[in-house]
Design a protein around this ligand. Structure first.
Ligand SMILES: [Zn+2]
Length: 74
């Protein structure tokens, strides 16, 4: 997996976020893999060998959590 640097993260989320309700960059989320609360703007993107891009936890690659492991913080 190779990290990709995203210039416009809000646009990237709009185009690639897999669920309804694209979060804003200033929103807080909790990653259930490493149990960290982070700011959405800190997300990372990694690309695998097939070219698929994963929206990942800011603790990647130490944490293997991806966007499906994020939960909204009240
Ligand atoms: Zn994590």
């Amino acid at each position: 997996m190779k990290e990709i640097i995203i210039k416009d993260k809000q646009k990237y989320l709009k185009e690639n976020y897999p669920f309804e309700g694209v979060p804003k960059l200033k929103d807080k989320m909790r990653c259930i893999h490493c149990d960290m609360i982070f700011t959405v703007a800190d997300f990372k993107v990694f690309k695998d060998n097939s070219g698929f891009e994963f929206i990942c936890c800011p603790n990647s690659p130490d944490c293997d959590g991806t966007v499906i492991d994020w939960f909204e913080v009240e």
